[in-house]
Write a protein that binds this ligand. Structure first.
Ligand SMILES: [Zn+2]
Length: 408
């Protein structure tokens, strides 16, 4: 399979880009060869690397708007967890499909996903069918641990790599965390976990373990460069030093952090460290959408407001954490447009009001546009959205409407 993209705007210049198999084969001023698919962008579309969403709970689309404006603990324990008990594994499959449609339509090609362990087979199936990449976390806590231990981890595929996802220190005890570390070491698996999302989590850790969350995890030997920690808001300087020394990835989740009033990620202080900052939307019950373009804007504005400094949270930093830093965290040769990189690319419609005039594409993208500007999505060398059309979209909406009736 080969795709030739003609007359596309790349780094402010008109280029042709050839994709062969799942790779960016050639970028040149003009390429004249035949290809299985030719897309003529007619200089009205720009090309960008697809977005990498580093913290998601895809099927939470089913609970979008179900519980808003509540404190995190009440939201999670009194509303979300009881509602999730009503979800069947088939519901999780359809909810994941809905999320993936929304993600593809706003330019996401790679997710770092964790959701209810019992639904993991349906999640994997939805991902393969929709054609995006995922690091799929095997989500474990004290309650499901015995079942998770018996789970035979499937083979990684072209699109899916399995990871270990202990939910958080307040749901997964020492036994679970030690096992996660062992599995990660033995099978070279990434670890994806919530960390220090609220001040309460830190206070509880001090009360129960006599130490702060990062010290607790570090003493268990769990912290290394395979760790991707979501939220990571309530960290003191000693904890940052540990995460820096170990070369961890931290996920900035600005919309969720604002909506649940969790706090503010220390972006400007962390960005020059060895710590790799990436961007995530979190689940759509706490966001409530999965649009990475909007997330970049939220990320930028939150930093400026918090620091009372308009130079904080620059648009180019937001684009970097939404693309190449995500690729680094998830260990794939994607997130950049270069020959030899994976063909995970999106086309942006420059004939939208948001891009007129366009003095700086990154600025227009982050501050003015939203996910609706994405016209075409290529992932792993395959065209998975063409002119905003995705196969099977209507059926998914109908199924989700049916499922939502149980919450009315
Ligand atoms: Zn989360």
């Amino acid at each position: 399979m080969s795709i030739l993209i003609k007359n596309v705007i790349f780094n402010n210049k008109k280029k042709d880009i050839l994709i062969e198999s799942n790779e960016i084969k050639k970028i040149d001023n003009e390429i004249n060869i035949s290809a299985d698919e030719i897309i003529n962008a007619k200089e009205s579309k720009a090309i960008l690397p697809g977005f990498i969403n580093c913290h998601t709970h895809a099927a939470m689309t089913l609970l979008r708007g179900f519980a808003d404006d509540l404190p995190l603990n009440e939201w999670l324990f009194n509303r979300i967890f009881p509602a999730e008990e009503k979800l069947t594994n088939e519901d999780i499959y359809w909810g994941t499909k809905l999320a993936l449609i929304e993600m593809i339509k706003s330019g996401t090609i790679f997710i770092n996903e964790m959701y209810l362990f019992r639904g993991i087979e349906g999640v994997a199936c939805a991902i393969e069918e929709m054609g995006i990449r995922a690091v799929l976390g095997i989500c474990t806590d004290d309650f499901n641990f015995e079942k998770v231990k018996e789970f035979k981890i499937p083979q990684n595929t072209d699109l899916i790599e399995y990871a270990i996802a202990p939910h958080a220190i307040y749901t997964a005890g020492e036994k679970v965390l030690k096992w996660a570390k062992e599995m990660s070491d033995k099978n070279d698996m990434l670890i994806h976990m919530h960390l220090s999302e609220t001040n309460k989590e830190v206070m509880d850790a001090i009360e129960h373990y006599g130490k702060r969350p990062v010290n607790y995890l570090n003493d268990l030997g769990l912290i290394n460069d395979k760790c991707i920690f979501a939220h990571s808001i309530w960290l003191n300087n000693d904890e940052l030093d540990i995460l820096d020394e170990k070369g961890c990835s931290l996920v900035y989740n600005p919309s969720s952090n604002m909506k649940l009033a969790s706090g503010v990620f220390r972006f400007e202080e962390i960005k020059d460290k060895r710590i790799n900052i990436c961007l995530g939307t979190d689940g759509s019950a706490s966001n409530n959408n999965l649009d990475m373009i909007e997330e970049m804007k939220m990320g930028a504005l939150l930093q400026k407001t918090n620091d009372i400094d308009p130079t904080s949270g620059k648009s180019e930093d937001m684009l970097k954490i939404a693309t190449e830093n995500g690729a680094k965290a998830l260990r794939k040769k994607t997130g950049k447009i270069e020959e030899g990189y994976l063909a995970d690319l999106i086309l942006i419609d420059l004939e939208k009001p948001h891009f007129n005039p366009c003095y700086n594409l990154t600025s227009s993208l982050v501050y003015a546009a939203n996910g609706d500007c994405v016209t075409d999505v290529i992932c792993n060398g395959k065209l998975i959205m063409k002119d905003r059309e995705i196969e099977g979209e209507k059926e998914v909406f109908e199924k989700v409407k049916e499922i939502s009736k149980k919450f009315i």
